[in-house]
Design a protein. Sequence first.
Length: 105
Amino acid sequence: MPSLTVLSATAVPDHVRGALTRWMIEPAPGLYVGTLSTRVRDELWSIIRASIGPGAATLIHPAANEQGFTLHTAGDRRRIPVDFDGLTLIDFRAPAPQDPHPSTG
């Protein structure tokens, strides 16, 4: 049965954006919303994961759990989903330290 799916993507290749807009609408840059079957959702997610490169993506869809949804992430993100006794919480990674003495090469 199709269900509402929300996907947020940043810095993904154009061919991935094209695949997403075939199945979903893009109401804001990088935000995709659609009613997808499990098969289509899983295929799109596998395409995104395989070609994420330096980008990042988050997929949210309904699930039979306490929160009523599940969350998947791909790419390099500061916000990391963590399972805490059956609930998905978000852990923040510290920003990467910057070199105080960059080389001028």
